[in-house]
Design a protein around this ligand. Structure first.
Ligand code: ATP
Length: 241
């Protein structure tokens, strides 16, 4: 198994945010976690990334296995640099006072001396030609859609093989949103494994192979996306009836 989250319980202080969730992602898959506000989606991704508190909660019990090895004692920089897992966070978190190129360059920090870095810049610019046109521009001047491209490009510059995306459709006009998802699909076809969390469940269930529905810290439904799209409960609660 590629990623296996096993009976994971986590707490922020005294408040339990995940009540023993289990799910898997196989290599090459696109898996989505959908759910309402506060369901625990971001918490799940932050826990997998091993972010320190307060961003990530304390693991009370359960495990997160990546390629069979527990992540619980792996420091965050190793999750990125050694295990090649990347997170595209909600709200993008790019450095607005730095240029597009400088933001991409920062992501290569853990790859000093790697001769394939130049090729990876080119790959990002080929995937997102708007970034190539704006490579010297300060990132705060980019549109929301372009900033989202930069956030994905930055993750790719870490040489990730597994990418987790937190609400990549947030704030994007429909055309840009479809462009973004088309590019993500292409990356998946080239071998990138994807875990996507989305409030736009309609979009997520069209894009992913399999999905899990998270409701206040518990997984309440799972299966191939086609099956979830036809599930009357999922339809009623998440797909607008
Ligand atoms: P959204 O779509 O609104 O981002 P979500 O499904 O990603 O929602 P989380 O952000 O993971 O949900 O929140 C799950 C629960 O944990 C919520 O009750 C939230 O208030 C709580 N929570 C999240 N982050 C923290 C934190 N740093 N400290 C304390 N509680 C937190």
């Amino acid at each position: 198994m590629y990623l296996q989250v096993d009976n994971l319980r986590v707490k922020y202080g005294n408040i339990e945010a995940l009540h023993g969730i289990s799910f898997t992602v196989e290599q090459g898959e696109i898996v989505t976690l959908i759910g309402a506000n506060g369901a625990g989606k971001t918490t799940t991704l932050h826990t997998i990334m091993r972010l320190p508190p307060p961003e990530a909660p304390k693991v009370v019990s359960g495990d997160i296995l990546f390629k069979g090895k527990s992540l619980l004692n792996v420091p965050p920089h190793e999750v990125v640099d050694k295990l090649n897992i990347a997170l595209v966070p909600e709200g993008r978190h790019i450095f607005g006072n730095l240029s597009v190129e400088e933001n991409l360059q920062l992501a290569t920090y853990g790859r000093k001396g790697d001769p394939t870095i130049a090729k990876d810049y080119q790959r990002v610019y080929d995937l997102f030609p708007r970034l190539a046109e704006r490579r010297k521009q300060r990132s705060e001047q980019l549109s929301g859609g372009e900033q989202q491209m930069l956030a994905v490009g930055r993750a790719l510059m870490t040489k990730c093989e597994f990418i987790m995306l937190d609400e990549p459709s947030m704030g994007l006009a429909p055309l840009l949103m479809y462009d973004m998802f088309r590019t993500l699909k292409q990356l998946n076809q080239e071998g990138l494994t994807i875990l996507l969390i989305e409030q736009n469940a309609n979009l997520a269930l069209k894009f992913a192979h399999r999905g899990y529905v998270l409701d206040t810290g518990e997984i309440v439904a799972s299966g191939p996306c086609s099956q979830l799209r036809d599930d009357p409960e999922v339809k009623k609660a998440y797909l607008g009836g």
